[in-house]
Design a protein around this ligand. Sequence first.
Ligand code: UD1
Length: 423
Amino acid sequence: MEKLIINGGKPLRGSVSISGAKNSAVALIPAALLADGPVVIENLPHIQDVEIYVELLQRMGASVLFEDDWMEIDSSAMKPVVMPNGHVKKLRASYYLWGALLAKFGEANVGLPGGCDLGPRPVDLHIKGFQALGARVENMNGVMTLRANRLRGARIYLDLISVGATINIMLAAARAEGVTVIENAAREPEIVDVATLLNNMGANIKGAGTDVIRIQGVERLRGCRHTIIPDRIEAGTYMIAAAATRGDVILENVIPKHLEPISAKLREIGVVIEDGDDNIRVIGQEKYQAVDVKTNPYPGFPTDLQQPMTTLLTQVKGSSIITDNIYGSRFRHVDELRRMGASIKVEGRSAVIEGGRTLNGAKVVSSDLRAGAALVIAGLVSQGVTEVEGLEHIDRGYENLVGKLRNLGADVYREVLKPTKRP
Ligand code: UD1
């Protein structure tokens, strides 16, 4: 067990290189299984979620080489092993194995996923999609069993906009017979990334990035080489941290267009943002204005930055309201922020923040990945020392967080927690 020790009060300054997108990586790796030959994925982040996926693939007999920031996946010797729990429970995105294995073998036996506890996270839309393609789907005591002799294209309308269901249906439909049309599809850049990989493998997918995706199934997919898009959520986290600490940070290796929902809100607060071609500069200001924020599917403000944004709003004088329309109970960071002196009231799916108070360092525990990011930013702006526990959540999604923050001038380090001795 480890914890983070943060001596707060220093503005972040300098430049930081943004890693490949976590939410792409965890979809591209299972997508690569559909190819008959080796697939190389570049710009892959070294994060726990990726390491867990590697172990899952190896358990199924795939050959995986993970060097520096690239990975080669060869699934030719792979078998559809039954995976009821273990690693699949550590990872939300293990649900992509349903679509990928169904497409590859016509069967999948994989436990329901784990991942961050953000309140209820149903998978009914994934199941409806697989069923529409002709699969039989059963939940056998928490293990999803999917079978199909032949998958056939279908028109699928998603009742809710879901990133996971959109990608899972794309995976299952890529080698199905005939045409699949996903309506009310999610439009996140990570969906475009997965479609790009599949198309490079020989798939025929059109419309990714819009709310109607058309997939003409093909018989075979081949190996290829693909570079992951930059992580807009990691980038957004550093943007918010730069703004909150009144720093001046250049983020390298980003797609500024993907960051527009975040830049727009930060500009409304009063942060100065300069877009470059593949970089963005965030210049914090002394005076900010309170704002209201609502999370929505892309291109709305991302729910994954709601928690870090809450921390920033504690540093903005006046009353701000942040409403999470995606995960209405994603507020487990709030109690911890209150322990540091923040004034926040949760009302339904909204947090009302009375900002402008000084935060004081405290011992806090991260309950999930982005709560962890929110608490780290709180530590960076606080007076005194903050200790953040629950690093296993943060490690799931942030590559080299401590190294990157230290490069920006933060006083932060990891400390190994000694097991407490019994008397
Ligand atoms: C993905 C992201 C996660 C992000 C979320 C919303 C990955 C690995 N994770 O999660 O970081 O917070 O998008 O942007 O990419 N829903 C249903 N039934 C379903 C599926 C979803 O009701 O079958 C609901 C969810 O409870 C949620 C909303 O739809 O309220 C959106 O969820 P979804 O986009 O599916 O989230 P994930 O793909 O799990």
